[in-house]
Design a protein around this ligand. Structure first.
Ligand SMILES: Cc1cc2nc3c(=O)[nH]c(=O)nc-3n(C[C@H](O)[C@H](O)[C@H](O)COP(=O)(O)OP(=O)(O)OC[C@H]3O[C@@H](n4cnc5c(N)ncnc54)[C@H](O)[C@@H]3O)c2cc1C
Length: 416
């Protein structure tokens, strides 16, 4: 009723991009109740992409990564509780326990707990110089290492590994990338497009070792000196960065009895089976009605948009979160955006439009007359059109695949 104070408390667990965007949206949408944003890290919410790019390259200031100014939270009456872990969720009592002691009652709860790095279970990961990269503190430490590093080994040729390899080369180190698969990013891009990234790194002087894995990190006096591969090869190194994937932080949901399967299961409104508990960002495995399947997206745009969508849903709006998955990377002079969803084995062919050796092109993954995904490399302002082509495939609109490869045909003209 107009004039009555809103007595409700909305708690958001996870003070990163998704959580901060949810808090912002609650206020933007006029929610006047209590908003508590709880984060285990001691820094206020920040974005992670700069941690392996501009900031790690030493180009961008640290402050640029933060989602809001420090003062913003107080100005918007958002209780930012940092350095505190939510240890238990009691969905029946509607409480979340902070640091094992203090139960915080909620009316609605958003899990925006994201993910953490997958650990590599080999000896020597405790040596100085062996690093993971997820948090800004880890990026601070890695930047410090890279400024002095002579030989860097990157374990894992995924996005984080490759961006870190590019940063290390840019700092002037010799870089070796060790990857178990036959190409970088093969499980995301498939062989055809993965080769572009292998070529890019080779052209920039990176030594790529495929079908190789790490047996141990070896050191002297507590400092890393070499990385030993499974076949006994020893690679001299003073810094090693492990980027072998992440796992979603699902424990709170799991222990509360909520359904978890590669992330917290939520519907298209980002709701769990409990009507007062929601999840978004990296931790959510959400039903995407457009794709007709569940997806857990581990990318920036999903944290940004999912946080906003979850907030609206918590406020009772009838939302359908059906965005085309999107991500991007920057490595050396290559900038790339990818929209859609295609897995190796799930597409018929890859169609290239433009100059692949010159690394200025768009690649499309197609299947049975549909565009499943598109990746623009050093070609800009085409994301919207690519996403329209992807959407068309799911909504039954025909796409002229015969002219997909022709750069003379505007992308918009491919839709009939
Ligand atoms: C180095 C790096 C570079 C990246 N670059 C790109 C890129 O170029 N493009 C792209 O699309 N994506 C990129 N990503 C991925 C993107 O950053 C993530 O998808 C995004 O951070 C997910 O946001 P989130 O808010 O869902 O979760 P997170 O960012 O994981 O944040 C979750 C937060 O919740 C906290 N938390 C977890 N459990 C608890 C608990 N029980 N109690 C309290 N707090 C808790 C965590 O400490 C963390 O701060 C990158 C990621 C990294 C690490």
């Amino acid at each position: 009723m107009a004039g009555m104070a809103d007595e409700r408390t909305f708690v958001i667990v996870g003070a990163s991009l998704a959580g901060a965007k949810a808090a912002e949206t609650l206020r933007e949408q006029g929610f006047t109740g209590r908003v508590v944003l709880v984060g285990e890290e001691t820094e206020r919410p920040y974005e992670r992409p700069p941690l392996s790019k501009g900031y790690l390259l030493g180009k961008d200031p640290r402050d640029k990564a933060f989602v809001h100014d420090g003062i913003w939270y107080a100005e918007h009456d958002i209780e930012l509780v940092l350095g505190v872990r939510a240890t238990e969720l009691d969905a029946t009592r509607h409480t979340v326990t902070l640091d094992g002691v203090e139960p915080l009652p909620y009316d609605k709860l958003l899990l925006a707990t994201g993910s953490r790095v997958r650990q590599l279970g080999v000896p020597g990961t405790d040596l100085t110089g062996v690093r993971y990269l997820r948090t800004v503190t880890e990026s601070d430490a890695l930047l410090d290492h890279l400024k002095r590093a002579r030989r860097v080994v990157v374990v894992g040729a995924g996005w984080i590994g490759l961006e870190t390899a590019a940063a290390a080369r840019t700092h002037g180190a010799e870089v070796t990338v060790v990857e178990v698969d036959t190409l970088p990013l093969r499980r995301v891009l498939g062989d055809e497009a993965a080769r572009v990234f292998a070529d890019l790194h080779r052209a920039n002087g990176v030594d790529l070792r495929f079908e190789a894995s790490v047996r141990e990190f070896r050191g002297q006096g507590g400092h890393l000196t070499a990385v030993v591969l499974a076949d006994g090869t020893e690679i001299e190194a003073d810094v090693a960065v492990i980027g072998v994937g992440i796992r979603p932080n699902t424990e709170l949901a799991e222990n509360a009895g909520l359904a978890v399967d590669n992330g917290v299961l939520v519907d298209a409104a980002l709701r769990t089976a409990d009507p007062d508990v929601y999840a978004c960002g990296d931790v959510a495995n959400a039903d995407n009605p457009l794709l007709g399947r569940r997806v857990r997206v581990e990318h920036w745009a999903n944290a940004l948009n999912g946080g906003k969508a979850a907030a609206r849903s918590m406020l009772g709006e009838d939302i359908v979160y059906d965005r085309v998955p999107y991500f991007y990377t920057d490595q050396y002079d290559l900038g790339m955006e990818y929209s859609g969803y295609a897995e190796p084995g799930g597409y018929d062919r890859v169609v290239f439009r433009g100059d692949v050796p010159g690394r200025e092109f768009v690649a499309f993954w197609t299947s049975q007359g549909r565009v499943l995904a598109g990746m623009n490399v050093n070609v800009w302002d085409v994301t919207e059109q690519i996403q329209e082509l992807v959407r068309a495939g799911y909504t039954g609109t025909a796409v002229d695949l015969d002219r997909l490869a022709d750069p003379g045909v505007p992308l918009g003209d491919l839709l009939s």
